[in-house]
Design a protein around this ligand. Structure first.
Ligand SMILES: [Zn+2]
Length: 480
């Protein structure tokens, strides 16, 4: 397979001559697969890939960038295992094995094609070099290739091979038919097609990363990418300036998807609030809430759409998600499994903390079996009569990622650290807030609050304030 930097897609783009705006692009199934794979990317992976690609010019994604940076800086001693922290920093894509067939792979997280096993053929782990449980010597388990079932001959991942699509500027993906074309023309009020001109554009890794970045904030990501290419070539255009354009309405609660379970436990949180503005300066809380916060990084984009329903307002990702939601049972998708992987992606095995508030579906973990054949040992997840199951180790080391018995401090932009009185004093100083304007408020975090924090974390660098403000106000009214 070609290196990601060498892969190129040839796009026929229909532009509106006068406004230089994209009406639609004609894309093949390889390009459609790469675009659709965005929905399978966990939020933490998106943050990590943007940092990897753009370095210190990486865009800030709401409070997720600071949540990720805080996780990176939090000492490993706060996690049951070092592997648990690594799992959160490098969340696996549950559809990663299939996505390794993409023509261009932007996600470099290794798929689960290797297991770590001990010399006694007793313990196995699908993640990292864990310490063997059966040996008194606490041997480190060594990595071994897993026997993988013969791959499907299909090269496609989500869409049927040779299928062709019309991709609108706001990322609606439609079948390439005259019906779709007329629909796009009419919806955009184009009566006279002479206002249009076709251009052929090459999209490589740089443009796909730009498309990922713009798709999170813009309603015209393809036009934005093209303008950023031409501005890089010398013609600067003010449109290409990156900004989170979506206004976050903190008073509006997320419209919960009906399928999301509402019977959930509440986690206690003590918030330091500025009385006059209802602004959360910081929160003190226990490991349960920290586990929930870090778990935001493992949620795939498609599941975020599923959880928040219509209310994500995430650039044009909502359009991409919506336009494929009617694709079931049609012959331009690969399979029902492929549709599910996009519309309701699961999280990989062992990623679910017992303190997860949001409803996340975890892939069932397939046990590793070993088999002796022709003088060699094989490791496989597809057992037969001659194979023996191995004891699977939970890489988190526990039913949660973060250790208990300690209080943690969370800033408004979701940076997690150990409590610091000096930090509280400097925050009050910096924001010129008198002590008389500050009070502590206790709040229970359940499904409604968790969804609101998730939504706010996507756009706002004050995720706690924006996410919790309606609940703090409601609580204050009840107390009066
Ligand atoms: Zn062992």
């Amino acid at each position: 397979m070609a290196a990601a930097e060498e892969v190129q897609f040839c796009l026929k783009v229909m532009m509106m001559k006068e406004s230089n705006k994209v009406l639609y692009a004609e894309v093949d199934n390889d390009f459609a697969d790469v675009l659709l794979s965005f929905l399978t990317l966990p939020l933490g992976t998106i943050v990590r890939l943007l940092i990897k690609h753009y370095g210190n010019k990486a865009p800030i994604i709401g409070s997720l960038s600071s949540l990720y940076a805080g996780l990176l800086n939090l000492d490993s001693c706060h996690f049951w295992t070092e592997e648990g922290k690594l799992m959160l920093l490098n969340p696996r894509n549950s559809y990663g094995f299939q996505c390794s067939r993409l023509k261009l792979q932007i996600d470099d997280t290794p798929p689960a094609t290797q297991c770590f096993a001990c010399e006694n053929f007793t313990c196995a782990s699908m993640y990292y070099k864990m310490t063997c449980l059966c040996s008194t010597l606490r041997n480190i388990m060594t990595g071994r290739e897993l026997e993988i079932e013969a791959q499907s001959a299909d090269k496609s991942v989500f869409t049927a091979q040779t299928a062709s699509f019309l991709l609108t500027d706001d990322l609606q993906i439609l079948t390439n038919t005259s019906t779709s074309l007329l629909q796009v023309l009419k919806l955009n009020g184009i009566g006279d097609t002479s206002v249009l001109e076709e251009r052929t554009l090459i999209f490589g890794l740089k443009e796909i990363m730009e498309l990922l970045k713009r798709s999170l904030v813009s309603q015209t990501p393809i036009t934005d990418v093209i303008l950023s290419i031409s501005s890089a070539a010398g013609t600067l255009n003010k449109r290409q300036k990156f900004s989170a354009s979506t206004k976050y309405e903190s008073d509006a609660l997320p419209q919960t998807n009906e399928n999301v379970s509402s019977d959930s436990k509440k986690i206690a949180l003590k918030a330091l609030v500025q009385k006059s503005t209802h602004r959360v300066l910081l929160a003190q809380t226990r490991h349960e809430f920290i586990d929930f916060l870090f778990s935001l990084l493992i949620i795939p984009l498609g599941r975020v759409q599923f959880l928040l329903g219509k209310s994500t307002c995430l650039g044009s990702i909502n359009n991409l998600y919506r336009s494929i939601s009617n694709w079931e049972d049609v012959d331009y998708m690969m399979s029902k499994e492929a549709v599910d992987a996009l519309l309701d992606p699961q999280i990989p095995p062992y990623y679910l903390s017992s303190y997860q508030i949001l409803s996340l579906n975890q892939q069932s973990s397939s046990a590793v079996h070993f088999r002796y054949k022709r003088g060699r040992y094989f490791y496989t997840t597809t057992p037969d009569l001659g194979s023996t199951p191995m004891k699977m180790i939970d890489p988190k080391g526990h039913d949660s990622f973060v250790k208990g018995r300690t209080m943690y401090m969370v800033t408004d932009d979701l940076v997690v650290s150990t409590p610091s009185s000096a930090f509280i004093i400097s925050t009050l100083n910096r924001m010129k807030i008198p002590v008389s304007d500050v009070e502590e408020q206790e709040l229970g975090i359940g499904i409604e609050e968790a969804l609101s924090i998730l939504k706010a974390s996507l756009f706002s660098t004050s995720a706690l304030s924006d996410g919790l403000k309606p609940f703090l106000m409601r609580q204050q009214k009840q107390e009066k």
